[in-house]
Design a protein around this ligand. Structure first.
Ligand SMILES: [Mg+2]
Length: 237
């Protein structure tokens, strides 16, 4: 045993769900063309994450009922539930970090009978056919509205081994501070290109298989580069 505590942080859109629900929501109820262009600008660094979110939300026309109905139709990776049961039995803390919106995350989890996971995301409130966005976790990060790297730094301590599971562009800030990374899609490419050690996964079955092995050996280790990055971040605070 290393005496370290494993902590799981997991992305929501395209990781727990089969598709990017936030993207779909803004394309369906907002301005699809503008949304696609704005996302490109965000990815090339000319639009901040907060500006992207506010821009996409400004075009949205939807009632609360329509939005929730849309959320209820989105599917999750079924193996997430088995993964979660394992973490609960093993007393491994699991939290959702999302740069998406709270209403669809909670509704999709509810529909699938999943409760009790802390969620850190942006918030939406409904007013007739408009939505209002709140960003309760704003940080100095220009890439994200809710920076997952910032969340990890503020929620973990020196005895934690940070396990991160994600798939996309908004997971980049998180992985630099994570010790054990599970990546797919865009995030996998990013890890490859930046020589960040990761495990590829297709579903939570793959994540669980690996996690079981590590848990059985009790060998949760820190990743040296992540530890240095965390230290660096604490010192420049
Ligand atoms: Mg994602």
């Amino acid at each position: 045993m290393t005496g370290l505590t494993p902590r799981v942080f997991v992305d929501f859109d395209g990781t727990i769900t089969k598709v990017d629900v936030g993207d779909m929501f803004f394309r369906k109820f907002g301005n699809e063309e503008d949304s696609l262009k704005a996302v490109e600008k965000w990815k090339d660094g000319t639009l901040s994450g907060s500006d992207l979110l506010m821009r996409e939300a400004s075009f949205v026309k939807v009632t609360r009922e329509e939005a929730f109905e849309f959320a209820r139709r989105c599917e999750i990776d079924e193996s997430f539930k088995t993964f979660l049961s394992f973490c609960n039995e093993s007393e491994i803390d699991v939290r959702i970090l999302s740069d998406g919106l709270d209403f669809y995350i909670t509704e999709i989890l509810n529909v699938n009978g999943i409760s009790g996971i802390p969620i850190y995301s942006n918030r939406a409130t409904f007013d007739s056919i408009r939505i209002e966005i709140e960003r309760p976790y704003e940080s100095d990060c220009t890439k994200c509205a809710n920076c997952k790297g910032y969340q990890i730094l503020t929620q973990t301590g020196p005895d934690d081994v940070i396990i991160y599971i994600g798939n996309g562009f908004s997971d980049r800030c998180a992985v630099q501070y994570a010790d054990i990374i599970f990546a797919k899609d865009e995030l996998l490419k990013y890890c490859e290109e930046n020589n960040i050690t990761y495990f590829p996964f297709a579903s939570f079955d793959d994540v669980l298989a690996k996690l079981r092995k590590v848990a059985a050996s009790g060998n949760f280790r820190k990743r040296h580069r992540a530890e240095l990055k965390r230290r660096e971040a604490y010192l420049t605070e």
